[in-house]
Design a protein around this ligand. Structure first.
Ligand code: PEP
Ligand code: MG
Length: 595
């Protein structure tokens, strides 16, 4: 951090791009800190009732916020994909561990409800913080939010009202729950900054889907900022400037203008063909986690949904989705994409994506190497069959392809196909229609699969390369561990060789190959991937216009030359440096290479 008088520049994590200048609205989210009071035995029942009444009031209030958000999402462009987070909070209000154990503490220790709740939340916090899974660790903050909501009712503190927010402000908060974020009135809040939060937090996801510029993880923003301070939020660089001086203001006014111009041009061209100057076409597709993202994906110019990560249907809920629920979801999604078509990936639970239902997870100290993806499905036939039946039944309602995650070789592939065949037979016997010709593809994300891609390509309808995992497993770098993130090198010669080998195997056997890892949406890698001859790049919807711009301003020939040079280097550093330099020269625009 760089301090000068009351001015200050802070560096955080830019999770949603855009530049906004405005006044700070400090959301008073100071944590309520209850104190302990002993209560006489004859008041224990009254104290328990007081606690349960506060829970009921907090629940009612949350339900109202949920209903409001539903109403807003119907008549605004905001999808309903994050409404389930309200459900998670509502569920927590009924949670045995949170509510019943607090009541038990009031009774057993004869203490006030506030203190009992705090002790209990502390205990739950200790359990959650020991969990390896970042998704579950993030649930700890949900529990804290829910507990604070109940505490406010117990302590009769007024909820700091988001309604009080004046027009056109930048919201500054210690932390925002996804539920808070969804309640933000978009016409009033232009950007937000928070002390807490990481790239994978739900707040970040909601910010991106709402397209509100946001910088999070600033650690001390609420300490440094006073309400009414003038702020500049740079969601591209992850930078926050407090009370900028005239030079900084001028520089940012100019930067904002350039950024808007840049965005306008991109948006104007988003529905053009992704074709290079020498006539080579590469398909640009979008990845989605929920069907509510389809409209935005198509609007950003994606020609198809290249990866639907269905495991998100299983997350953030206490049960497993049944066949009918899944069928309705997939059918609706396929009808919505229509002619564009959609690649539905079967569930890839395990590793960092754990469902609340634990019965099929195994304790392991190395979850990325544990029971995950297809292996979990092939072990838990009931879960796999339910999903396959739902996808196959839905396949008659649109253009579906089915993709299987974490296949490592032919044995797993053949087991998978045998299982699909059995499921199809079951449907046929029941007279239930499905698309008999639905294409079956495999993710290439386990290095072994890339090494035997030639063998797989003879039996598989299409490949989709998952570089997020392929890089993780090839370079032995945990993709969610910030301590080894500097070793995560997408252009490492080993990765490049695996990519080349996979693409050659696919094309040698007449099948298509997509790439759907995060790398696909990073502008700096666009020409390398084009030059490698990938047929489809599938990415987050926001990146589609950036990639389109690069492709339309390049030639396939120059991309091939770039790849040729890359393949002569012997270290990742050399390849990365060369590609960054070439791309910075080719696309000197200072925004494009940072997005
Ligand atoms: C990948 O591994 O690159 C991929 C697309 O799958 P996920 O990120 O869901 O593991
Ligand atoms: Mg993967």
């Amino acid at each position: 951090m760089n301090d000068s008088g009351n001015q200050c520049i802070m560096q955080g994590i830019g999770v949603s791009p855009g530049i906004v200048m405005g006044r700070a609205f400090l959301l008073d989210r100071a944590k309520l800190k209850p104190t302990m009071e002993k209560i006489p035995s004859d008041q224990v029942t009254a104290e328990t009732d007081r606690f349960l009444k506060a829970v009921a009031n907090a629940r009612r209030e949350l339900q109202e916020a949920h209903d409001q958000a539903v109403a807003n999402s119907v008549d605004s462009s905001l999808g309903q994909e994050h409404l389930y987070l309200f459900d998670v909070h509502l569920m927590m209000m009924d949670d045995k561990m949170l509510i019943d154990d607090s009541v038990k503490l009031i009774r057993e220790k004869k203490i006030n409800a506030e203190w009992a709740l705090s002790l209990n939340v502390e205990k739950i916090g200790r359990i959650f913080s020991r969990m390896n899974d970042p998704y579950m660790r993030e649930r700890q903050s949900d529990i804290n939010h829910v507990a604070q909501r109940i505490l406010r009712h117990l302590m009769r503190s007024d909820f700091d009202s988001i309604d009080k927010i004046a027009s056109g402000v930048i919201l500054v908060a210690h932390d925002l729950s996804p539920a808070d974020t969804m309640q933000l009135n978009l016409s009033r809040v232009r950007a937000f900054v928070t002390d807490l939060g990481g790239r994978t937090s739900h707040t970040a996801i909601v910010a991106r889907s709402m397209e509100i510029p946001a910088v999070i993880g600033l650690e001390r923003a609420t300490e440094m900022i006073n309400g009414g301070d003038r702020l500049i939020v740079d969601g591209i660089e992850g930078r926050l400037i407090i009370n900028p001086n005239p030079d900084q203001l001028r520089a940012y006014e100019e930067r904002t203008e350039r950024y808007h111009f840049f965005q306008e041009q991109l948006q104007r061209n988003r529905h053009l063909e992704p074709i290079t100057r020498d006539g080579f076409t590469i398909e640009l597709a979008a990845n989605i986690e929920t069907p509510e993202e389809i409209a935005s994906a198509l609007d950003h110019g994606a020609s198809t949904i290249g990866l639907y990560r269905t495991e998100f249907l299983y997350l953030g809920r206490p049960d497993l989705p049944g066949e009918e629920e899944q069928y309705i979801t997939y059918k609706g999604a396929l009808e919505q994409v229509g002619e564009h078509g959609m690649t539905i990936r079967t569930l890839d639970l395990g590793s960092d994506k754990l469902a609340a239902v634990h019965h099929f997870h195994e304790d392991t100290i190395n979850p990325a190497m544990g029971l995950r993806g297809i292996r979990l499905c092939l072990k838990h036939h009931d879960i796999f069959r339910t999903q396959l039946r739902a996808i196959l039944r839905a396949s008659v309602h649109g253009r579906a392809k089915i993709l299987f995650p974490m296949i490592s070789g032919l044995r797993e592939w053949r087991q998978t196909v045998a299982f699909v065949d059995e499921t199809k037979e079951e449907l046929r016997r029941g007279g239930i229609p499905f698309d008999e010709h639905v294409k079956l593809g495999t993710m290439i994300e386990v290095p072994a699969a890339a090494v035997v891609a030639d063998l797989l390509a003879r039996e598989v309808d299409f490949f989709s390369i998952g570089t997020n995992d392929l890089i993780q497993y090839t370079l032995a770098v945990d993709r969610v561990n910030e301590h080894v993130s500097c070793f995560y090198e997408p252009l490492h010669p080993a990765v490049l060789r695996l990519l080349v080998q996979t693409i050659e195997a696919a094309h040698g056997n007449g099948i298509t190959v997509s790439l759907c890892g995060e790398m696909a949406g990073e502008p700096v890698y666009a020409l390398v991937l084009l030059g490698l001859g990938i047929d489809q790049l599938s990415m987050n919807a926001l990146s589609v216009p950036y990639l389109k711009k690069i492709l339309r301003e390049s030639t396939f020939q120059e991309a091939q030359k770039l790849v040729q040079v890359c393949r002569t280097f012997s270290s990742a550093g050399e390849v990365e440096a060369y590609v960054h330099e070439q791309m910075a020269n080719r696309f000197p625009d200072d925004f494009l290479m940072k997005l």
